[in-house]
Design a protein around this ligand. Structure first.
Ligand SMILES: Cc1cc2nc3c(=O)[nH]c(=O)nc-3n(C[C@H](O)[C@H](O)[C@H](O)COP(=O)(O)OP(=O)(O)OC[C@H]3O[C@@H](n4cnc5c(N)ncnc54)[C@H](O)[C@@H]3O)c2cc1C
Length: 408
């Protein structure tokens, strides 16, 4: 029987996280029918955050995944947990209106803060760190564009600094670039973070079943029936598709597209890290982005291309690894840019860099969390908050901004 969601080869190569152990997660085989309040399909960071918050709300939750736990895109993420979105605020304002753009940006900020607060409160050990950001000028925003962006962010209440080339070089050793400095972003090992949230949900009674392929969904007025490939049925009052870039067939695409992204990581070099260890990214297409780990490894990603085909993506791994290493060395001449890890992943982009979250049209009691865009993990947190509101009936002030019914 064919799957409900498009199956993809999500990643290849050796992500830096594969060198670190992640905590064990208790999984079960699905051998008999299950009845629960909510079934979450997908055990990546989205499913983990959603399951954790729903169990916190007192719901009985089952999580299923056709792979193992955290074997999808989350294992390839570079996990820069930024509030700054792909689309600069002032350009997003031109496309969807200033009020909506400011609300999306503010909500993104709140989602990063919530992720940090919750991760700390749950005492999840995920190598997390709070970091600022250095947003460099590029082919999307030049110096003047950055100035306009800094004004737009200040107007919306964000704390930023706008600095010129002399100051950028004096502080960070990066030459001939203008920059906006931002504050209060977050970074983590995405596998350990997802494991921590899954384990928090499991400690409250959630059950994780793997490998379970969901092949049929029958929504009805009072709930949803799911069919698994091996036979057992799952019955729930609500279901959530947290299936990442393996999108549910037949639902509105909202302009989302699958592309490819490549990443490298260096050996630990704590003494070579620039002051503040802020994340570095560019107002450019394709962009380059750089972060550090608490051990002093440097992760660099980007070089994105509009390639959906995994074989074509993988064929470029060697050339992209070299290109990333070269660009990293050119930007930060004092570091060792030799890759110790290199990997590639499918990547989902969205039209204005915002996610799609909420009730799926014409499928009662079914919800989706589609965190497409460069801030996938920030969006996963946003989705967890919003879906809790939708399922508990309390609502969410920003739900309409990211719903399937929005106009952009
Ligand atoms: C190279 C790369 C770099 C990135 N960098 C960043 C970054 O710096 N910051 C950031 O915020 N985001 C980043 N992202 C995006 C972010 O990693 C993703 O948005 C996020 O990991 C998606 O998590 P998920 O749980 O939604 O999906 P996944 O981790 O893919 O999990 C979805 C799960 O659903 C399961 N599934 C699908 N269909 C079915 C079915 N029919 N039955 C059962 N199970 C099913 C799959 O097996 C899979 O395990 C990056 C992504 C990549 C690839």
């Amino acid at each position: 029987m064919s799957s409900l969601t498009r199956k993809r080869d999500l990643r290849t190569g050796k992500p830096i996280w594969s060198a670190h152990r992640r905590p064990p997660i208790a999984t079960h085989a699905l051998v008999r029918d299950v009845k629960t309040d909510v079934v979450v399909i997908g055990a990546g960071i989205s499913g983990a955050l959603i399951a954790e918050t729903l169990t916190d709300a007192g719901l009985d939750v089952a999580i299923v995944d056709r792979r193992g736990a955290i074997e999808g895109s989350t294992a390839a993420s570079t996990a820069m947990l930024q509030y700054e979105l792909d689309t600069p605020l002032h350009l997003m304002a031109k496309r969807i209106g200033r009020e909506k753009a400011e609300r999306i940006w503010r909500r993104s900020r709140q989602a990063v803060d919530a992720l940090r607060e919750r991760t700390e409160r749950l005492d999840i050990d995920a190598d997390a760190a709070t970091r600022g950001s250095i947003y460099l000028d590029g082919n999307i925003l030049d110096a003047e564009g950055l100035a306009r962006e800094a004004d737009a962010r200040r107007r919306a209440g964000f704390e930023v600094e706008l600095i010129g080339p002399a100051e950028v070089e004096a502080r960070y050793g990066i030459r001939r670039r203008h920059a906006i400095i931002g504050f209060g972003n977050y970074s983590a090992d995405p596998r350990r973070m997802a494991a921590g949230y899954l384990n928090a949900a499991i400690a409250r009674g959630a059950k994780l079943f793997t490998p379970v392929e969901i092949v049929g969904v029958e929504p009805h007025e009072r709930g949803v029936t799911l069919r698994s490939e091996t036979g057992p049925i799952l019955r729930a009052r609500h279901i959530v598709f947290a299936t990442g870039y393996e999108i549910l067939k037949g639902i509105p695409r909202k302009g989302n597209r699958i592309t490819s992204s490549w990443s490298i990581a260096t050996r630990p070099q704590p003494r070579a890290i620039w002051p503040t260890a802020a994340m570095i990214w560019e107002a450019a297409d394709p962009y380059l982005y750089i972060r550090t780990t608490p051990k002093g490894e440097i992760i660099c990603g980007g070089e994105d291309e509009a390639i959906a085909d995994a074989a074509k993506r993988d064929a470029k791994l060697a050339a992209k690894t070299e290109a990333l290493s070269r660009k990293l060395a050119a930007l930060l001449p004092d570091i060792d840019a030799e890759p110790a890890f290199a990997w590639a992943g499918s990547f989902g982009t969205s039209q204005v860099g915002s996610p799609t979250v909420g009730r799926i049209p014409r499928m009662p009691n079914c919800y989706a969390a589609m965190g497409y865009g460069g801030n996938g993990i920030t969006f996963a947190m946003m989705a967890a908050q919003m879906l809790r509101g939708a399922i508990m009936g309390t609502g969410d002030a920003d739900a309409a901004l990211v719903s399937f019914h929005r106009k952009f």
